[in-house]
Each structure stands twice: as C-alpha cells, then as structure tokens.
Design a protein around this ligand. Structure first.
Ligand SMILES: C[S@@+](CC[C@H](N)C(=O)[O-])C[C@H]1O[C@@H](n2cnc3c(N)ncnc32)[C@H](O)[C@@H]1O
Length: 626
C-alpha cells in the first residue's frame, strides 16, 4: 500500500543493499520481489564503504542497544511465546534464538523453538534443538516427542519408531497425570509412523483409509450456483509417504537426458512409485474468493494458472531457503538435456531463475476432470516423477493424483530395459497443439504418432485440418439445439474421409474419436439409441487398449445407453469395465475377483460421483454395496 516508485538518484543501479529477514515473492513477469516489512531492516551500503559488510550492525539493534542489554533470556521467552500464540512462528523463533544466544543451555527456550520449527516444517532444525535438550536432559519428554516427530517428517522412520517406543515405555510407568495428553499423542504418532514405515518399505497402502482421509479433508459447501462444491482449506495434503519400487532406476536415455528404466520384467498394474509433492499450489489458494466460482471461464483459468505458477516458484524458493538440504534433489532436476549445459550450480545457493526453469520443465498441471470429484486445478512439483519422459501414444505408466500424493503404476507388462513413459499431452489432441507445448519444453517427440504426422504429405495435413475446422465451426455449434437429421450425414462424411486419410495406420487415427462420440449423441437425439450404442461400441473396440481419458467417457455413454435400452445385464458388464479402468490406477490389480468390486466401488463412490448415480440406476447399491 505504501508503494512509491523508486527514484534512480536514490537507488542507482549497482547499489548494495543489506536486508534483514527478507522474504521472496515471484512477480508475474518472473522477476523476484524481495521485500521487507520494516524499512529499518534495509541498509544501503555506499560503494566506498564496502568493507562494512563484515560487521554490519542494524540500526534497529543500535537504537535498542540499551534495551537489549537489559533484556534477559526470560524476556525473550515471553516475547517468543507471544508470537507463538499468535501463530507467528518465524518471529517466535527469532526471539527464542536471541534468548538461546544468551543462555545456550536454556531447555525451555530450546524446547519452544523446536516446536516452532516443527510448525514451520523445518524438521532438521527442530531435530537439532530436540537433540541438544536430550543431551542435557535425557528424560525430557517433550523433547523426545518432538525428536520423534521431526524424525518421522524427515522420513527417518526406523529412528522415529525407536525414539517413540522408548518414550512410550517411559510414559507407561509415569504417574504424573499432566503427562496423559502427551502419552496419548505418543501412542497415536507411533501408530502413524509404523504405517508410514510400512508404506515406505513395502508399498502397502490402505487405499480405503487414504480415500477416507482425502474426503475428510474436503469441505463441502453450497456453491454460488447452489451446487455442492468441494473446497479445501489448504490442501488436500495427506499424511502418507513415498514409496519406490526397487526394480526401476534412473538412467541416461539417448536424446532425452535421463529417464526411468525397468531393471527387470514388470507385470501390469505394479505400483512403481508413490510420490508426495515437494510443493503444490491449488488455484483456490491463490484466487480471490469471488473469482473461484468462475473458475471454468477461460480467462480465470489462465489467471489461475499463472498465479499458481508464481506461487509455486515462491513456495519452492522459500522451502529451499528454510531447508537448504533439499537443494540438491531439486537442482538435480536442472541437469536434464532440456537446459543445455548449464554452468555447475552452486547447490548451496538458492537461485530463483533456476527454480523458475525447473518448474517450467518439470511441474505437473492438475486439471479438473469431469468424472473425478476432486475438481481441483493447480500446479505442483513432484521430484521423482519428474524423471519420466514423454510419449504421445506409447505411455506405459499411469499417474493418479489423490491430494498431494501421486500414485504411479504400470499400465501393461513392461520388459527389462524398457523405458517407462507418460504422456505430457494426450494423443487425441492435434499435432499442432501437442507440438506447440512439447517444443516449448524442448521436445521434438519421435513417437510413432509424431513421426507419422511429420511424414504425412502437406495436402493430407491440410485436408485434415479443413475437415476438423468444418466440424468445429459449422457443425458442432448446431448440435446442442438442433436435431436436424442431416447433421448425421455430414458428420459421417467427415469421419469417413478422416479415416480414409489414415487408412494405412488405423491404430493411430485419433481425430474421429470425439466426432464419433458426438455422432452417437446426435443419433440418440434423433431417437435412435441403438445406432448410438453401436457407434460407441465400435469405437471402444478399436481403441480399448489405448489409454485415453475419452475412452472412459465413451464407456460411460455406452453404459447410459444400455440402461436406457433396458439391457441391464450388458450395462452391468460395462459398469465393471469402467470401474476397473477408473480405479485400477490407484487400486492396482484386482486379485480377488469376488471382492474387488466392493473395494473398487467404495473408492469410486467417494471420488467418481458419476459412478454413484450409474450404480443406483443399475440397482447395484442396494444389491451389493450397502
Ligand atoms: C520432466 S523432464 C524429464 C526428465 C529429463 N529427461 C531429465 O533428464 O531431467 C522433461 C524434459 O525431458 C526431455 N524429454 C522428455 N521426453 C522427451 C522425448 N520424448 N524426447 C526428447 N526429450 C524428452 C526434454 O528435455 C524435456 O524438457
């Protein structure tokens, strides 16, 4: 609010500033804003005074020198506690630290600072303080608890379990009633750490529990259009941990930098990785409240995406400043082929330009699906999944996001030595759209589809574009409000010509997928559901092995048509097919054919609301699932 343009004579370019407690923010133009809340925390150093850098004294400190001398460790504890109570943990840490400087063995100050560090997710610092306390007072209960918590958050589960078990034993025999709450918290934390340790080691996740947690964190409120809208206070971020399948590894891949490779044959539906976001930003966190209800409009989506990106750069930068031990894993991402041969990065320095680039090349965009309930847009950085390279048409790995957890599974059997691939852009978008994005991150994709599209004669490409444009501009707008049967002929003609243009490679012909879905819709509108159904079944049979989102929508349409035509037996079969396709990427292989549906339906009911209504129509809810 106090913004005034800075006059060049006041701050000539090249002026040295020293800023106490700066915070960082990335602006829309990717410039870094360094800001300070207190003008007295900014000191301007004149060039001829450079030597002052060494022993700078803050004017604020100088002004208060008298008072400072009079202040004791107890005073700092009380200032720190005040900040702590008002949730200002950074300021609390500042005050506790001043007290600790006076009395390095002050147990209360160290214990309070450890808790403040935990609240700010600065786990190494918290662990450091807890360990100092335990050196002086090995039986300090709160310090042991905080040590266990910090170890858990640092993913040192084995050590966390030992610490907490030891504490638990001591508390068992403790008669002091005031320790009852911490005893209960220790039991809960211990149980939680054991779950995390098993997830981390064996990839054993209790999906039902995770889905429940996910839903619990969702708050439903009435949206502006009286719809139930899902909003999340700050997430949803889930208290579960990473897992990495031991038979995959990162290796260099010719022409692509590095990528994930199978070390031995991997069966279909194997859990390859569960990755917790390094940082994730949801659009509702950055959009003003009044813009949220408008989230679907193109402009809002665009603003949201740019704000999310800025915020992600800011959060990653801040996290690296607070926990520099993460720098290495983040900066490793920078060494991909995409960024040429960068100078060796100083991994101890936080560099916003580099972080911006890392996010540009590696972030995952969360798009709201129509089927999935978690209508959340946003962007996030997941470290290990960032090493998956792209293929438009031959991906062999599925990604499933639940809150900030990314589940990665094999989509089909993968052979030893094969590269594990995902799709950054789906094969059913046009070559132009795909390559525009891929080129922006330095990918000249050489998958079967791209090679074919590059080699096609210009007149073929031109004719295809012409046909698609005719459909988009002249036919599509008429479909919703018009049941003119002549539209059927026109769409069929376009589909037939498009198929003909790629008759040598029918398996790589994706342009007619959406057209066929719409053709089926028009047949239905014209009172011919049987023809509508048969079109969709044909499309399904042609493309069932290609992993495209649109196929799931096609199956749902088939399912609705079967229900409408009272072909209930067939509808149930289609229900099973779509249930497996939707829940497979999280639940994996359905080993128990009898029980799988129960589990899959439970999951689907929670996160795929469309399934719920279909199941009701099929009478499945009262039959089997209640
Ligand atoms: C998210 S990173 C993937 C990991 C990257 N290969 C690395 O070594 O860090 C994306 C970058 O990988 C490379 N890449 C991914 N898929 C590729 C492909 N199909 N062909 C060529 N390069 C690819 C590009 O340089 C792209 O900018």
């Amino acid at each position: 609010m106090d913004y005034r343009p800075i006059d060049h004579s006041f701050l000539p370019i090249g002026t040295h500033l020293i800023i106490k407690n700066p915070s960082y923010k990335i602006a829309a133009d990717n410039n870094t804003i360094i800001h300070s809340n207190n003008p007295e925390d900014v000191i301007i150093i004149e060039h001829h005074n450079d030597e002052l850098f060494g022993d700078i004294k803050w004017s604020t400190d100088l002004l208060n020198e008298k008072e400072v001398e009079a202040e004791t460790a107890d005073d700092f504890q009380s200032y720190g506690d005040d900040y702590f109570i008002s949730n200002n943990y950074t300021a609390a840490i500042d005050e506790y630290s001043k007290g600790i400087e006076l009395e390095p063995q002050n147990i209360t100050l160290l214990a309070n600072r450890a808790e403040a560090f935990l609240r700010l997710s600065q786990f190494r610092n918290a662990l450091g303080d807890a360990e100092i306390i335990l050196k002086y007072e090995p039986n300090h209960i709160k310090a042991a608890f905080r040590k266990g918590k910090a170890l858990c958050d640092l993913k040192r589960y084995h050590e966390a379990i030992i610490t907490l078990q030891d504490l638990h034993q001591r508390l068992e025999t403790d008669t002091d009633r005031s320790n009852a709450p911490i005893k209960q918290s220790t039991e809960q934390l211990l149980e939680h750490v054991k779950i995390l340790a098993s997830e981390n080691k064996n990839g054993k996740y209790d999906y039902t529990r995770i889905i429940n947690e996910y839903c619990e964190r969702a708050k439903i409120r009435k949206g502006s259009r009286h719809n139930d809208e899902w909003i999340y206070k700050s997430g949803p971020r889930l208290d579960h941990t990473d897992f990495l399948f031991e038979d995959i590894e990162i290796r260099s891949v010719e022409g692509k930098g590095r990528g994930w490779i199978a070390k031995c044959d991997i069966p279909e539906n194997t859990l390859l990785m569960v990755s917790k976001a390094f940082s994730v930003v949801y659009s509702h966190e950055v959009l003003r409240h009044n813009m949220q209800s408008n989230i679907t409009s193109d402009k809002t989506t665009c603003i949201a995406s740019s704000l999310c990106n800025e915020e992600l750069i800011t959060r990653v930068t801040q996290k690296l400043l607070e926990e520099p031990y993460h720098c290495q894993e983040v900066y490793q991402l920078y060494y991909g082929l995409n960024l040429g041969k960068p100078d060796k990065i100083n991994e101890h320095l936080v560099n916003v330009d580099i972080i911006g680039n890392i996010i540009k090349y590696n972030s995952f965009v969360l798009e709201s699906g129509i089927i999935v309930e978690n209508d959340l847009n946003g962007v996030g950085l997941w470290i290990l999944p960032s090493y998956f390279n792209h293929s438009c048409v031959d991906k062999n790995v599925s990604l499933f996001l639940l809150g900030d957890l990314m589940f990665v599974r094999s989509l089909r059997p993968i052979l030893k030595g094969e590269e594990l691939l995902i799709s950054y852009r789906s094969a059913d978008s046009s070559y132009e759209i795909r390559s525009r994005y891929l080129n922006s991150i330095d990918i000249d994709c050489k998958c079967r589809l791209c090679e074919l599209e590059k080699s096609e004669a210009p007149e073929t490409t031109y004719r295809k574009t012409q046909l698609i444009n005719t459909f988009e501009k002249l036919i599509k707008p008429k479909i919703l409000n018009n049941d003119d049967p002549s539209l059927i002929k026109r769409i069929e003609k376009i589909i037939s010509e498009l198929r003909n243009l790629r008759k040598e490679h029918p398996d790589l012909e994706f342009d007619t997928l959406e057209l066929n879905k719409i053709l089926s819709f028009v047949y239905h509108k014209n009172g011919n559901p049987k023809a509508a159904l048969s079109i969709l079944k044909e499309v399904y049979n042609l493309y069932k092995n290609v992993h495209l989102q649109i196929i799931n929508y096609i199956i749902l349409d088939i399912l609705s048509l079967c229900i409408e035509l009272k072909q209930m037996e067939e509808a149930r079969e289609w229900f099973d097919i779509v249930l497996k396709r939707l829940t497979g990427p999280i639940l994996g292989k359905f080993e128990d054919e009898v029980n799988w549906k129960k589990e899959a339906y439970y999951v689907a009911e929670k996160i795929f609301p469309v399934m719920n209504s279909k199941a009701k129509l099929l009478g499945l809810i009262s039959d089997n699932f209640n």
